[in-house]
Design a protein around this ligand. Structure first.
Ligand code: TRP
Length: 454
């Protein structure tokens, strides 16, 4: 079974080596795995929250798209697109705005920090808070849920946003998902092994510390110039040096094999000059980044080609988002008027309104309990619970068990993983599963009929 992994990239500013080692490189490597389906997008609607300079917006998203492609992202394997090219996302954002309690947003860390900072300066609490900023997590939920991602690789600062996305998904499912759950619960994927590259001064490389080494911008010259400013002690060539006295060695490590790392350290211990060591570092980085920079320069000077790649990515994404949005519109009642006139003015959407039969069909719901474990249950529309699962360590395991039940309609091998509802037998559950499957097949057939009828 493949898992769907989705992440958004902020498109403000330009990229540095820390972004490359900590996000771009690991993300591209992960996207090459066989059993993952990757979605990667430029969060350019989010960028408008922070930046109201049109030419910066334009340039930054272009440069960042070019950087990812240059670094080896394969747009055939990954669905690579700009958020703003998918009109279903802002529409879903609105649907979510309408079911998301304001109180949930009041609790968002980023927003709360701004309100507190305003308070500390005796400013109006709303000073500098746009509706875009306030509702940032809702748009992010729409990004993720539009494509029903299972996992979202993000930094720890985004964990709360994922909680909010699940909250919103569950609310929507509860309100509108009488017959089916529209959204699966997405979970953050936090990689504790990720390389945190130190900057020129040894602190984490970050624009806010002004200690960055540019990734592509400015070419080899800018790279060498930045590296010449890496802080070292004042030992002279020939004097033994402590390899761990400077971030130079750690930056070297991020681009070297185990043997190369050891050799570099040995040379420093036996007196390699800092100037020479810096030259070696430039060479070491260039061996990996140099060929990518050529591609980067190509894309940033052939922007029509870049545009075509992103348009193709958007088309691929919309193959999913368009039909899904159709279903969501149906669900909330934004339906075609044709069904109304066919029914003589009475609201009756033939394929969507629950018929007597469909109303009886059970459905799965997945959720997470306070114990941190992942559960699912099978319940009838009226609320009668047929089956509850034991707690699973991961959402993925729970999801796979649900998928297996749906597919096989059998409880074989699952005796230890499920608990029956009051007065419910294994036969009852298997009959309910079979009915669900039959209903799915009926819907698929109806849909195929509708499509072939044009
Ligand atoms: N908020 C994310 C960040 O600051 C960027 C982002 C926007 C995102 N939409 C997303 C990340 C959806 C993951 C999924 O890094």
């Amino acid at each position: 079974m493949t898992v769907r992994v989705l992440t958004g990239i902020n498109t403000t500013g330009t990229l540095h080596l820390g972004n490359y080692c900590g996000a771009i490189r690991p993300c591209i490597r992960a996207s090459r795995k066989e059993d993952v389906e990757s979605f990667l997008f430029m969060a350019d609607l989010h960028a408008l929250i922070k930046c109201q300079d049109p030419s910066r917006i334009e340039l930054s998203r272009m440069q960042i798209a070019a950087s990812w492609l240059a670094a080896g992202l394969d747009p055939e394997k990954v669905t690579f697109y700009r958020q703003s090219d998918i009109p279903e996302i802002p529409l879903l954002n609105w649907m979510f705005n309408c079911v998301c309690p304001k109180g949930l947003m009041n609790r968002a860390h980023a927003y709360k920090a701004m309100v507190e900072a305003n308070g500390a300066q005796n400013e109006d609490p709303d000073n500098g808070v746009s509706m875009g900023l306030f509702c940032y997590p809702v748009l992010m939920a729409a990004d993720i849920l539009m494509f029903n991602a299972d996992f979202v690789p993000v930094g720890r600062d985004q964990i709360q946003h994922l909680e909010m996305a699940r909250d919103i998904a569950a609310r929507f499912n509860n309100l509108y998902g009488v017959q089916e759950n529209f959204f699966v619960m997405p979970y953050e994927q936090i990689d504790d092994e990720l390389e945190i590259l130190p900057g020129l001064d040894g602190r984490k490389m970050s624009k806010s510390y002004n200690n960055v080494i540019p990734l592509f911008e400015g070419g080899r010259k800018a790279l060498a110039e930045a590296i010449s400013r890496v802080v070292t002690d004042s030992r002279l060539p020939g004097e033994p040096k402590d390899p761990d006295s400077t971030s130079l060695t750690q930056i070297f490590d991020a681009f070297a094999t185990h043997e190369e790392r050891e050799a570099f350290r040995d040379e420093l211990r036996s007196g390699l000059g800092w100037g020479e060591a810096k030259k070696r570092l430039v060479e070491q980085i260039e061996a990996e980044i140099g060929p990518m920079r050529e591609k980067y320069t190509y894309y940033t000077t052939h922007t029509a080609e870049l545009e075509d790649i992103l348009q193709a990515g958007a088309a691929k994404a919309r193959k999913l988002s368009e039909p899904f949005m159709e279903r969501l519109r149906e669900a909330v009642g934004l339906r075609s008027f044709r069904h109304l006139s066919a029914a003589g003015g009475k609201a009756a959407a033939p394929e969507s309104a629950p018929s007597q039969k469909t109303a009886e069909v059970a459905s799965f719901k997945q959720y997470r309990e306070a114990d941190g474990l992942f559960y699912f249950k099978l319940a009838l529309p009226g609320g009668r619970v047929l089956l509850t699962s034991v707690g699973f360590e991961s959402g993925r395991d729970a999801g796979q068990t649900v998928a297996r039940l749906k597919k096989t309609c059998s409880l074989e091998g699952l005796a230890a993983s499920v608990v029956f509802g009051d007065g419910v037998s294994a036969q009852d559950v298997e009959a309910a599963l079979a009915a669900m499957k039959a209903e799915d097949e009926r819907k698929a057939a109806l849909k195929a009929q509708k499509n072939s009828a044009g």
